[in-house]
Design a protein around this ligand. Structure first.
Ligand code: PNS
Length: 165
């Protein structure tokens, strides 16, 4: 049984995240999309809202033989991965700029849980500039994020800001 977690803030989930999820599916029997509950950050969506939005989208993904689930966690990613009996942590790399931070995280996670490997997947080029932060910023300033964020999430962002898009 090859189980992995895909941890992140997902505030909100983008098509870049979805691309990484789709690429991970053939590699594992189960992937847990793990939404971090970070009390230090002021998110656009609560952890519950994020989980519900991701669950809805995950149910539309053709995941083949891989079971795709959603959960939230607080504290260390490495501890959550161990609690879930995962053998891998999935992270997406968009461009070289991500690498240094991701490398440091993977080495720290390895130190914390030596038996859990970080698996890096490269996102499709068309999402290489896409981040949740950039999507929120552009959207809040009235820019369009179609094709970069799932439609159902854009609708929730619109409702959240209570204005026309
Ligand atoms: O989507 P993000 O914000 O890039 O995800 C970052 C995340 C959640 C993977 C990272 O911040 C994390 O693992 N946070 C949990 C706390 C933790 O384990 N910190 C040490 C990492 S080595």
């Amino acid at each position: 049984m090859r189980r992995a977690i895909f941890p992140g803030s997902f505030d909100p989930l983008t098509n870049g995240h979805l691309d990484i999820i789709r690429r991970s599916l053939p590699l594992f029997d189960e992937i847990v999309i793990a939404v971090l509950n970070n009390p230090e950050k002021q998110p656009m969506f609560s952890v519950d809202e994020r989980c519900r939005m991701i669950e809805k989208i995950a149910s539309t993904v053709d995941s083949g033989t891989c079971r795709l689930t959603v959960d939230s966690f607080s504290g260390l990613t490495a501890d959550f991965a161990r609690k879930k009996k995962a053998s891998a942590i999935i992270r997406g790399i968009r461009a070289i700029g991500d690498y240094e931070y991701e490398l440091r995280m993977s080495l720290m996670n390895r130190r914390l849980q030596p038996e859990i490997e970080t698996v890096f997947l490269t996102a499709a080029e068309e999402y290489s500039f896409v981040s949740s932060t950039l999507m929120k910023q552009v959207f809040e300033l009235g820019g369009r994020v179609d094709g970069l964020v799932p439609e159902s999430i854009i609708a929730k962002m619109r409702a959240k800001l209570d204005r026309d898009y």
